[in-house]
Design a protein around this ligand. Structure first.
Ligand SMILES: NC(=O)c1ccc[n+]([C@@H]2O[C@H](COP(=O)([O-])OP(=O)(O)OC[C@H]3O[C@@H](n4cnc5c(N)ncnc54)[C@H](O)[C@@H]3O)[C@@H](O)[C@H]2O)c1
Ligand SMILES: [Fe+2]
Length: 436
């Protein structure tokens, strides 16, 4: 079996097993109309439907509501989800969930909506002081004590894969940085993944979310290998994300092939149904892969970038506040990270570049980081991404603050294939300032 491949050789301290979690998911055009029968199958009579203000009046929410109504399921809509949620917005959503005494949840939206729904379900089902379940060392990192209520997740973006993960991400306002809650129990019960939703996505959202998907797959494949993970817990205490493993390798590689072929097409042409459908599928595959393997440096660094950015907004996203789209914050660190990590597992980095369609003729393992970085820079230029962190206004004077923001992201940073210290973080941010 592939697990015996040298990358995955066990040693005395290795956990001999890895666990893969995912919801029951249905993929296909039109499957949002199956929300009602799924709710009935789960025994739900009264659900909270989570969405955001823009989507609330749109066709996707209408389709799900009609399906629930046809199945005789009562629906109360919560449409105050904050795009890029915060601890305050999670608390607000929790009050709605707790007061409504629902027997299940439906989310219709991007990662912001699905993550908010997971958190509201958690705190309404197992009430606790807010930091109780938040990742250590930022929060207390306590185990979720029992099952949550059923959750039917209907993603409307093609990137986060949140519909498949046991992860919920938010900005902790007091730290000005993102963190999260991670538990297998947060995984939605059912995901209805309908590529028809991508028709209404603005170009910039397709661009940013596609890079989120790409980075999930790259980080899943290049993470510290599962037998060498730092958290030694076994059995049911095994962490959700356990490092690179044969299952996430396979899904990640397929996701990268789809990204290489379809991402730029999906961004450039909203009527390219094939490209947008394949990117939706890639996001699902990459979601399952990174949930099992874990993200590492590009995500860890991105959390500081989103927290510290000033005066940045992108057309297509909510106006009037600083917001770096998650996928944009992630891809801006990508080339810098791959140039740094490729030496640890050159073949994996080269395989990723090839899966993304790079021309690697004559490349040696020593070229792996550069080949991968160049391929990604090509995609960034083709889809209108900023030229590094400097274009967001960051400079040499901000590198220290960025490193301080990234340092507490142990969950992801310690999943990197190499140990990184504060000086490395400063160096990684410096190399991400400008790419062309
Ligand atoms: N839990 C996880 O596993 C996970 C993984 C990756 C990212 N995330 C988190 O997800 C969040 C980002 O989510 P996202 O990138 O999906 O975007 P989002 O949910 O923040 O939405 C971005 C914008 O797109 C709009 N939108 C969504 N679907 C649309 C559609 N079909 N048509 C038109 N407009 C649409 C929304 O109204 C919003 O204005 C971040 O907070 C990120 O940290 C979570
Ligand atoms: Fe992400």
């Amino acid at each position: 079996m592939r697990c015996c491949h040298a990358d995955f050789a066990l040693d005395e301290s290795s956990d001999p097993g890895f666990t893969i979690g995912m919801p029951t998911f249905t993929f296909g055009a039109g499957v949002l109309a199956e929300a009602g029968e799924n709710a009935r199958e789960l025994g739900l009579r009264r659900v909270a439907l989570f969405t955001d203000a823009r989507l609330a009046a749109g066709e996707h929410v209408a389709k799900v509501k009609a399906s629930l109504a046809a199945a005789g399921v009562d629906v109360a809509v919560y449409d105050e989800v904050r795009i890029e949620p915060s601890d305050a917005s999670f608390r607000h959503a929790t009050r709605f969930a707790a007061e409504g005494r629902f027997d299940g949840y439906v989310s219709v939206g991007g990662g912001s909506v699905i993550d908010t729904c997971k958190a509201a379900n958690l705190y309404a089902t197992h009430p606790a002081e807010f930091m109780t379940y938040v990742n250590a060392p930022i929060g207390a990192g306590q185990r979720v004590p029992g099952m949550l209520k059923p959750h039917i997740a209907c993603p409307t973006t093609s990137g986060t894969g949140s519909e498949t993960t046991g992860i919920s991400i938010f900005t902790l306002t007091s730290l000005n940085a993102k963190t999260g809650i991670v538990s297998r129990r947060l995984t939605p019960t059912v995901a209805l993944i309908d590529p028809d939703v991508t028709r209404s996505l603005p170009t910039n959202i397709v661009a940013a979310t596609g890079f989120d998907c790409m980075s999930h797959a790259l980080e899943a494949i290049t993470a510290r290998a599962w037998p060498r993970r730092l958290n030694p817990a076994k059995g049911v205490s095994r962490p959700v994300s356990q490092g690179a493993n044969p299952f996430s390798d396979a899904l990640g590689a397929q996701a990268l092939k789809l990204v290489g072929e379809f991402h730029v097409r999906a961004v450039r042409d909203a009527s390219d149904t094939e490209a947008r459908t394949e990117m939706m599928y890639a996001a699902t595959l990459a979601g399952i892969a990174f949930n099992a393997s874990g993200c590492h440096l590009p995500h860890g660094l991105s959390y500081a970038v989103s927290g510290l950015a000033r005066d940045w907004n992108v057309k297509g996203y909510p106006e009037g506040k600083t917001l770096v789209p998650h996928g944009m914050a992630v891809v801006l660190n990508n080339p810098s990270v791959w140039r740094h990590t490729a030496a640890v597992s050159p073949q994996r980095h080269l395989d990723c570049a090839l899966a993304l369609g790079a021309d690697a003729k004559g490349a040696t393992p020593g070229d792996a980081g550069e080949v991968l970085a160049k391929r990604i820079i090509g995609f960034m230029r083709a889809t209108g991404m900023p030229n590094g962190l400097a274009e967001l206004g960051f400079g040499e004077a901000d590198l220290d603050a960025l490193a301080t923001g990234a340092e507490p992201q142990y969950r992801v940073i310690r999943n990197a294939p190499v140990d990184v210290g504060r000086d490395d973080l400063v160096g990684l941010f410096r190399s991400a300032l400008r790419y062309w």
